[in-house]
Write a protein that binds this ligand. Structure first.
Ligand code: NAD
Length: 399
């Protein structure tokens, strides 16, 4: 087991524990007298390691509530439900709320813990790659509101995050790749040689997957699972490396006053893409919205957070080039590299929306500060810079 701390000044305020199996969680729970758990129902039903997780919770006398997670139910109402359940079960100020699930579950349960009785302690067992490398680290909690993503929330650190790759074995391939996009984003920000290692590993996994499935007609799910097991050691090392990068940035700037902003690489574009894609889904249900009809869907299966970040990262690389060189309409080396690596990992990163469509949404984005918006621009792999730009500047540069 490895432990990575998040600091506030010299004080460790949160710890990230990485363990090969879920059994290590039991020791982490030991110091807590009264523990309540929110568990994603998909995890409980599909993840082989969930049986051991449930045994640990039973032995530790933890009360458990299962929830369904979706962006549509990532709402204040769901947070209130969690608080009501805590009240019904007499959770006092000494309680620890444990959340086992992906970013939706940890964001919601974390938020509930922050407001219940003015704040109780909480901890996470992230069960998606995206939450292991990103969402469950750094203390951002929150919910969607009024069609804006994560617009309501609080930054407060979990007592601990227990990262266990066993929990990923049941994760659908598409959700797994969503996490790969966030991992690559992390290494574009701070490399230490890990970006290329990650790109190579996931390219290899993808190539092996295609050979087994396309050439030998094997079952996709079991091939995928087998490949994750085969490459578990390299994967674990990369997950821990990404967690270390995020922990370091958060320790230096917990409340996103400065350096932490760089973790938003690709996200300003990504949020706009997610909003537009969501509008399309609504249009499918109601063809009168904004004149969109079901035939206009760019993302018939929706877009995952990581997929949106992948597209956003490519757009950020293009913007960086236009901003720094100011004379280029060509696809640049960095944009080409990032998008080729993403495609090689089977992560689609083509943006179907115009810059004007994106800008209209970004205008309302929560990160808008007056006229200017922070954009994180990659200069090279491992080097990013945050600049403030108006949307008019961005539209001109990206034309
Ligand atoms: N707090 C932060 O700093 C932060 C950072 C990035 C993203 N986020 C948030 O995270 C959310 C996305 O989270 P996510 O992509 O981790 O996952 P998720 O919570 O959206 O889950 C994706 C799907 O996978 C299922 N699932 C989860 N774990 C599984 C497992 N082990 N086996 C089978 N199915 C499983 C879930 O039930 C769900 O259907 C977004 O709402 C985003 O805003 C938060």
């Amino acid at each position: 087991m490895e432990q990575i701390n998040i600091y506030s000044g010299k004080k460790a305020v949160s710890r990230i524990v990485t363990g090969d199996t879920i059994t290590g969680l039991e020791a982490c729970l030991q110091p807590y007298r009264s523990v309540f758990a929110i568990v994603d129902r998909n995890v409980a039903e599909k993840c082989p390691a969930a049986a051991t997780l449930m045994e640990i919770l039973k032995r530790s006398k933890v009360k458990v509530r299962f929830i369904d997670s979706s962006e549509q139910t990532k709402t204040l109402e769901s947070v209130m439900d969690i608080c009501a359940w805590l009240l019904d079960n007499n959770a006092d100020r000494d309680a620890l709320l444990l959340a086992a699930g992906g970013g939706i579950t940890t964001d919601m349960a974390g938020f509930a813990a922050c407001i219940y009785k003015r704040g109780v302690r909480f901890a996470y067992v992230p069960t998606t790659l995206l939450s292991q490398v990103d969402a469950a680290i750094g203390g951002k909690t929150g919910v969607n509101f009024d069609r804006y993503k994560n617009i309501l929330g609080i930054i407060r650190q979990p007592a601990f995050t227990y990262i266990c790759p066993q929990m990923l074995e049941s994760l659908p391939k598409r959700d797994f790749l969503s996490g790969v996009a966030e991992m690559l984003k992390t290494f574009v920000i701070e490399d230490n040689g890990n970006y290329q290692k990650a790109a190579d590993l996931f390219f290899d996994i993808q190539s092996e997957f295609h050979v087994e499935v396309m050439m030998y007609g094997k079952d996709e799910e079991s091939v995928w699972k087998g490949l994750l097991q085969k490459h578990r050691k390299s994967l674990n090392q990369l997950i821990a490396a990404a967690a270390r990068v995020k922990a370091g940035v958060v320790s230096r700037d917990q409340f996103e006053k400065d350096e932490r902003r760089k973790l938003n690489l690709g996200h300003t574009f990504a949020h706009a893409i997610e909003t537009l894609a969501q509008k399309e889904v609504l249009a499918r249900q109601d063809s009168s919205i904004d004149g969109l009809s079901a035939e206009d869907l760019h993302f018939p299966d929706g877009v995952t957070h990581g997929e949106a970040v992948a597209i956003g990262m490519v757009l950020a690389a293009r913007l960086a080039d236009r901003y720094y060189r100011n004379d280029s309409n060509e696809t640049t080396a960095l944009e080409a590299k990032i998008s080729n690596d993403l495609w090689d990992c089977d992560i689609p990163c083509y943006c179907p929306y115009s810059i004007e469509e994106l800008a209209a949404i970004m205008k309302k984005d929560k990160k808008a500060e007056g006229d200017r918006i922070h954009f994180v621009l990659p200069r090279s792999i491992g080097e990013v810079e945050t600049v403030e730009l108006t949307l008019e500047d961005v539209c001109i540069l990206m034309k």
